[in-house]
Design a protein around this ligand. Structure first.
Ligand SMILES: O=c1ccn([C@@H]2O[C@H](COP(=O)(O)OP(=O)(O)O[C@H]3O[C@H](CO)[C@@H](O)[C@H](O)[C@H]3O)[C@@H](O)[C@H]2O)c(=O)[nH]1
Length: 466
């Protein structure tokens, strides 16, 4: 009889992290029937839909079991406004005793026919490597971001040892082995500039990357070959490119009911092919009213059709309150606004979509490449500026609107938006490259493709051949 091998996943309960982590868990068990997965489910107060999402995605998978961890007290909400990264870091540290207890229980309940072969940790959970070490279990990193971000994190400890302090936006360009040219410091993740815990949290996490037994990255070699090659330096744990891992049904959200979903899809059905620009800014992106007005004016004067997932930063504001007067009448038939949440993956798959104004979250980028839709870059937070920069400057796969915008930056003016929207619809060269990359993504996952092989290698390294 084959011996069952169990993996314990510890994801961060935010949609942007859960999408690929849970899909990958499913992909692993589909690939090898010896594998069983337990998912430790932490609860964050500001990601209330994460729990339902985790359950819905794994419901029909008898070899995946969710273990609820007890709720812990969140850090003071002030911490969230001074540094999101530090808030998440502190919150996760508070969960460690519960994680340790859950892992210990799982290990001690194992019978002779099943054993735990490792922890699979989100990068924010890397301090849990110590839990694994204490229990004699290896830890793997599941990186929901890309190889370029991995390259940055791997070189951060060296810079910290030399300089010892956070970055400043006026710093000269920064050389990251794995990214073709030195990058302007203005496109580095917001956390590395943060004096209130964000930088320290990032450095502490970065210092643990090389303590893992292997690093799985939601990317594929054909997309980031230069970065991938930089990891064969003899000092980095094995890097497994296992992507793109996408949830092609899209994460559900209570803010999107069936009627709104059907309305959007029906409206798209009535539009000509490649004519609609889609605007959507991830699970957390929002703008203040002044910025929303500029967006509206820019879209209107571009003359193009658009579908806009509008999330205003003003609590309870209705679209009518924040948009310019008469806007709805003027765009009738040409533009559609949905408040709160859009069925993004389905929208990107629709033949009417010709471009995507995005915050450049990594899932959004992979989803748009998969469906051959060129992106206009409008990063907002986390590592999105670096993603935007690389998509435009290194990979030539996106149209530039802003590369270094972040929460609280200068306004993006209507005329800039108008130009970028026009360009993404008309730029046939970028569209062609994006389509080609989308085809390479599909090939990477097929039998014999680079990611298919990499997943096979990962399973072999974790549990051996059968
Ligand atoms: O209205 C919406 C908004 C989002 N989504 C989906 O939600 C996911 C969002 O993921 P992503 O595009 O990566 O954005 P974030 O939610 O912002 O993701 C976080 O996690 C990513 C992976 O680590 C990082 O790249 C981002 O910077 C970080 O903010 C995607 O699957 C989208 O299709 C929808 O379906 N509808």
């Amino acid at each position: 009889m084959k011996q069952a091998a169990e993996l314990i996943f510890v994801p961060v309960p935010g949609v942007g992290h859960l999408v690929s982590t849970l899909e990958f868990a499913k992909r692993l068990i589909d690939r090898d029937d010896r594998l069983f997965i337990k998912i430790l489910s932490m609860k964050f107060p500001f990601t209330s839909t994460a729990d339902a999402y985790t359950r819905s995605l794994t419901a029909s998978q008898p070899r995946i079991q969710i273990i609820d961890l007890p709720q812990v007290d969140p850090p003071p909400s002030l911490d969230l406004s001074v540094s999101t990264e530090n808030y998440i870091y502190v919150f996760i540290e508070k969960n460690i005793p519960n994680v340790k207890k859950a892992v210990t229980d799982i290990v001690s309940s194992n019978s002779g026919s099943s054993h735990v072969v490792g922890l699979v940790l989100d990068f924010f959970c890397l301090s849990m490597i110590d839990v694994g070490t204490e229990l004699n279990l290896p830890s793997y990193l599941f990186l929901t971001a890309n190889l370029g971000f991995l390259a940055l994190m791997l070189c951060l400890p060296t810079r910290h040892n030399q300089i010892g302090t956070e970055f400043s936006e006026s710093d000269p360009e920064f050389f990251i082995p794995g990214i073709v040219n030195p990058v302007p410091s203005g496109v580095l993740p917001s956390a590395v500039f943060n004096k209130h815990g964000g930088y320290t949290a990032y450095v502490k996490l970065a210092q643990r990357f090389r303590d893992t037994k292997g690093i799985m990255v939601n990317s594929f070699r054909e997309l980031e070959p230069y970065a991938f090659d930089s990891f064969s330096d003899g000092q980095t744990p094995p890097v497994y490119t296992i992507g793109p891992v996408l949830d092609l049904k899209g994460p559900p959200n209570p803010a999107l009911d069936e009627a709104q979903h059907d309305n959007i899809m029906k409206w798209l059905d009535d539009q000509p092919p490649l004519s609609v620009v889609f605007l959507c800014f991830g699970s957390m992106g929002s703008f203040d009213e002044t910025q929303v007005k500029e967006m509206a004016l820019g879209l209107e004067s571009s003359g193009h059709r658009f579908l806009w997932s509008l999330r205003s930063r003003t609590p309870n504001a209705l679209a009518d309150d924040v948009l310019p007067e008469g806007f709805f009448d003027r765009i009738k038939g040409k533009g559609m606004i949905c408040s709160g949440w859009a069925p993004q993956v389905e929208v990107l798959a629709h033949k009417a979509i010709g471009g995507f104004v995005s915050h450049c979250g990594w899932n959004s980028i992979l989803e748009s490449l998969w469906h051959g839709v060129p992106i206009v870059t409008w990063p907002i937070y986390a590592e999105q500026q670096l993603n935007a920069y690389r998509m435009v400057k290194e990979l030539g796969l996106a149209v530039e609107l802003r590369l270094d915008y972040r929460n609280g930056s200068n306004l993006v003016m209507a005329d800039e938006i108008e130009r970028a929207v026009r360009r993404v619809v008309d730029d046939h060269e970028v569209r062609k490259k994006v389509k080609e990359m989308g085809e390479m993504a599909r090939k990477a996952l097929m039998d014999g493709g680079s990611s298919f092989n990499s997943i096979g290698q990962l399973i072999e390294d974790m549990i051996g051949t059968s």
